[in-house]
Structure formats: structure tokens, C-alpha cells
Design a protein around this ligand. Structure first.
Ligand code: NG6
Ligand code: CA
Length: 517
């Protein structure tokens, strides 16, 4: 669909043109570009605008100052795969049994469901993804051929262009994918991913130890199951052989992704575009470029955050260079809460669930817990929406969730959702635009395979082992009043049995339903 057709569509539906416009803002005359800048394991307290004092994040802080900074904004789950699944499909991961995927997992998103990029396409946008995928690639039951056309993947669920690290930076294969092809692959040295023996029989499993700028990366090997393959001197989860010429360089990954984003913006500047920029920062193994090393007192975790802030600034500069900052919606957020030692000896000291503060820095701010956990720190993340043409800068305490982007953008763009589409996605457009300070009346939080909680007003109920889907052994239900106790320190379930009971009943009903909408 060309731009002319798109404008006509807007005039017909009216939903875009008729949105109320703030007094100072210029009324946008063409649909806004949308860029999601997505961090990996970036916690609420890892950003200056959210209270971090030990990590300088001037670019993200500027986004916050010029946009709407949500204080109760959530990703859908406390780990990567289900969170991203929900962001892109508007459906809770637990309904599809989605949890952290192994290196060679098939595509977890069915190719016949509505996705966020498909929605943008329906509205005439071009769509692209750059960065970390971790939603699986390939067909169920068919081993993926990494030397041929690697699919189905992003291009089969609505993206027109892609440049990706297929899984995570601590999982094989350690190569980039451009469209369906592995970048720089030498056909004489094919790439295999799979079981230990299987890949060893097929190709070479010896990889270079060091990188130009980091001689001693071997200390990055760990005892957490990350040493299946050692690549660039860094232990990884899973096995690969061959493909040596295609290996990425961990220390230039941010530069590579930023370059891809710049190119994407330049190529698509004349038509409405949706760019999903999913950084590998600050996930392990944290290997910031040498120019960022030592920028904080927090080791590579802090330095990787400084690198991510740089990436954010570069994307803003690219938009600026093409005169696009005014009418581009830039969303900044993260896929789950903070974690310190996630399997590598990189200067962080705390293991998940062991504590909150590392080197004087609390990545979840005042909130309890972090990555993997059902407490607020697991899913309450930095959440900034900037759109100068329409959104007044400020702070919003509305309860919002990334899972609601599909229904909200559908409203903004005048696309009608079908009854069976994005069933957990609710229209929160008013909250995202700053016109509603309450947001969601209730919201499910998920962590791990089984932990579930319900937010409702000032209350938070965490399901106990007795409840469907919350079978973690021995967990007792908990109830918190987040207004008086935002840090979830005082479980008051004994004092409010009726509240707990009604929330348990609603949570069960919502989990058993096809969706919350
Ligand atoms: C865990 C890994 C962790 C990280 C995580 C995925 C172990 C012991 N831990 O299984 O290091 O890779 O998976 O993180 O292997 S996420 O942000 O992509 O969900
Ligand atoms: Ca993550």
C-alpha cells in the first residue's frame, strides 16, 4: 500500500486524524513511524531517569524528558521468550507453553496469527527487526539447515526486513542472520547446530579463543552450563561446529546493530515504518566494546548499559538526521527485569534470587526481585513513549503492559482486530498517549513456567501452589498492597482472606479463558 492510499484510509477511519492534539503540538498529517528500542535484562533501576545513580544514561534520560515516562509499565513476563512472544502477538506466553528457548528451537510464533508487524503492514507500513530474536527459527520437527534458507522466522510472521542474532548472545549459533541467510558463511565450512556428538561429527568445533581487543576472554567461561561451545573465548549454551568465517565479534555487536538500524531508517525514511530494535545489551555475556569498558564502577554490566544508552542515542540521531523525530513514536523498554551474575564471572557478584544490590547498585530500584521472579522487579521495567507531535512530556503512573501494543496501535491506525486476534491485548491507547492516568483495571504477571500473579488496583496477589498453573512446589499464596508497600515486603494475606480469594478466583478465570479481552 502506498502513502496516498494510507492517507485516504486515515481519512476514512478518522481515528488517527481525530485524536485530540495537545495545544503546543503540531498536528501530524501522516502516520507516525514507530521504533521500539528494546533492552535485554534492563531493570527499572538501571536507567538514570528511573533513579540509577551509578550508570550514566544521558540519551535514555533525554527520551524520558521529552516523552512520557511510565512508572508502572510492564513487560509481559520475567524472562525473554514469553515476554517477546506477548509483545509481538498480544497473547500470554503461558497459553502457548512458551518459555526460554534452547539454541535450535523452531519458530514459536504460529505463522497464521496476527502479529504487531502484520498489524503495521495492514496499515501500510514497512516493517523491520534488528537485534536479538530468541523466538525460535525453523519448522517444528525439521532440523534447521543453517547453510540454506533459514526459515520460517521473522519474515514469515510479518517483518519485511531482518538482521538478527538468532537466539541469545550466550547461545549458539554465534552468527548473524540477514534475511534467510547466515552472514559471511563460507560454503566450504558449513555451520551445524545441534547435539554435541552430532555437530562434532560434521565439522570443526575449535574456534578462535580471543578477539582483537580482549585477550583474556577465556575467564568468561563459567560453570553454569555455558561452556558447551567456547567461541571467541566465551563459553556458550548449545553446540555448533563449522561456520568459522561467519562468527560474530561480541565486542562490535552494538556497532553492527546500530549500523543496521541507521541503514533501515535511511532506506525507509519516506514511508511509514515500524522498526523493532532489540539490543543484546545488557544480557550475558556482557562484552561491551573497549571504548565503553570501565565507564562505570559496576563492571561489564554497567558498561554494557552505557553502550546501550549510546545505541539509543545513535538511533535518535539517525531519526534526527532525516527530520523524523517529531512524528516518530519511540518506545523504550526491556524484556524482563535485572539480573547480575547470570552465568558468567564478569565482575557481578550476586546470583539470581540471592539479593538486590550489587556494588551499591539496585537494578530494580525500590521494587523487589528481578529477572525470573514474580515480584515487581521481574516485569516492572523502564517504559518510555516519546512522540513530540502528540504526547506531552511527563510522568504517568498508569498500569500499562507491552502486550497491549497490538490493540492500542490497532486503534491508533484504524485497524479493526478480529474476535480471535491478539486475545490478551487491550486497547490502552489513551494511557500510552497520556490521556488516561489509570491504565489497566487488572493485569496478569508471569514468571518461569508456573508462577503467576494478578495486579488489580493497589493490590497484587501471587498465586500459591494450589492454584492452576502455579505449581512451584511449596509456594504459598501472597498478597501485597503496592500503595502502602511497593517493595512487597509485607505479605498481608492473613489479614485479607476475602481479597485474596476473589483475586485468586479472577486469576484462575483469566488463565483458563482464551484471553483477557
Ligand atoms: C537461562 C540461562 C541464562 C540466560 C537465560 C535466558 C543457565 C543456567 N541460565 O537458562 O544465562 O541465558 O536462560 O535469558 O543456563 S533471557 O533473557 O533470554 O530469557
Ligand atoms: Ca532478557
Amino acid at each position: 500500500m502506498n502513502r496516498h492510499t494510507f492517507s485516504s484510509l486515515l481519512l476514512i477511519t478518522g481515528s488517527f486524524i481525530l485524536s485530540s492534539v495537545s495545544a503546543t503540538a503540531v498536528e501530524p498529517t501522516q502516520p507516525p513511524n514507530v521504533v521500539i528500542i528494546y533492552g535485554d535484562d534492563v531493570g527499572f533501576g538501571d536507567v538514570g531517569a528511573y533513579g540509577s545513580e551509578l550508570i550514566p544514561t544521558p540519551n535514555i534520560d533525554q527520551l524520558a524528558a521529552e516523552g512520557l515516562r511510565f512508572t508502572d509499565g510492564h513487560c509481559a513476563a520475567a524472562t525473554c521468550t514469553p515476554s517477546r512472544f506477548s509483545l509481538l502477538t498480544g497473547v500470554h506466553g503461558f497459553r502457548h507453553g512458551v518459555s526460554i528457548l534452547p539454541p535450535n528451537a523452531p519458530l514459536s510464533i504460529p505463522t497464521d496469527v496476527l502479529t504487531l508487524p502484520k498489524l503495521f503492514r495492514q496499515a501500510g507500513y514497512t516493517t523491520g527487526v534488528v537485534g536479538k530474536w530468541h523466538l525460535g527459527i525453523g519448522q517444528q520437527g525439521v532440523p534447521t539447515d543453517w547453510n540454506g534458507a533459514v526459515k520460517p522466522g521473522p519474515l514469515e510472521i510479518g517483518f519485511d526486513q531482518m538482521f538478527l542474532l538468532p537466539s541469545t548472545n550466550d547461545r549458539v549459533p554465534c552468527v548473524y542472520l540477514d534475511g534467510h541467510r547466515v552472514v559471511n558463511l563460507d560454503p566450504a565450512d558449513p555451520l551445524y547446530v545441534g547435539g554435541k556428538q552430532d555437530v562434532a561429527n560434521k565439522g570443526n568445533t575449535q574456534y578462535p579463543d580471543g578477539q582483537t581487543n580482549r585477550e583474556a576472554m577465556t575467564y568468561y567461561q563459567s560453570s553454569h552450563g555455558h561452556n558447551n561451545s567456547v567461541i571467541n573465548g566465551i563459553g556458550r549454551i548449545g553446540y555448533q561446529s563449522g561456520g568459522k568465517s561467519a562468527l560474530w565479534n561480541d565486542e562490535t555487536m552494538a556497532d553492527v546493530f546500530v549500523e543496521q538500524a541507521r541503514n533501515y531508517i535511511a532506506e525507509n525514511k519516506d514511508k511509514p515504518f515500524f522498526l523493532y530494535f532489540a539490543s543484546q545489551d545488557i544480557h550475558v555475556p556482557r562484552a561491551p566494546h573497549p571504548r565503553f569498558q570501565g565507564k562505570t564502577e559496576l563492571g561489564y554490566r554497567g558498561d554494557a548499559m552505557v553502550q546501550f544508552d549510546w545505541s539509543t542515542g545513535e538511533i535518535m540521531k539517525a531519526l534526527e538526521a532525516h527530520g523524523l523525530t517529531e512524528n516518530t513514536i519511540v518506545i523504550f523498554s526491556s524484556d524482563n527485569g535485572p539480573v547480575y551474575d547470570d552465568g558468567y564471572d564478569d565482575g557481578t557478584t550476586l546470583k539470581p534470587r540471592r539479593g538486590e544490590v550489587d556494588h551499591g547498585h539496585d537494578g530494580s530500584g525500590i521494587y523487589r526481585g528481578g529477572k525470573y521472579q514474580i515480584y515487581e522487579g521481574g516485569t516492572r521495567v523502564p517504559f518510555i513513549v516519546r512522540w513530540p507531535a502528540r504526547i506531552q512530556p511527563g510522568t504517568s503512573d498508569a498500569l500499562v503492559n507491552q502486550i497491549d501494543f497490538i490493540a492500542s496501535f490497532a486503534d491508533l491506525l484504524g485497524v479493526e482486530l478480529q474476535d480471535d486476534e491478539a486475545l490478551d491485548s487491550r486497547n490502552m491507547l489513551k494511557a500510552f498517549l497520556g490521556d488516561d492516568s489509570t491504565g489497566l483495571p487488572f493485569m496478569i504477571e508471569e514468571a518461569g513456567r508456573t508462577e503467576r500473579a494478578l495486579r488489580s488496583g493497589e493490590w497484587k496477589y501471587i498465586a500459591g501452589a494450589h492454584q492452576d498453573g502455579a505449581k512451584e512446589q511449596g509456594r504459598q499464596a501472597e498478597l501485597y498492597n503496592l500503595k502502602s508497600d511497593p517493595g512487597e515486603r509485607h505479605n498481608i494475606i492473613a489479614q485479607h482472606p476475602e481479597k485474596a480469594e476473589s483475586m485468586a478466583a479472577l486469576l484462575t478465570e483469566l488463565m483458563n479463558a482464551k484471553g483477557v479481552r
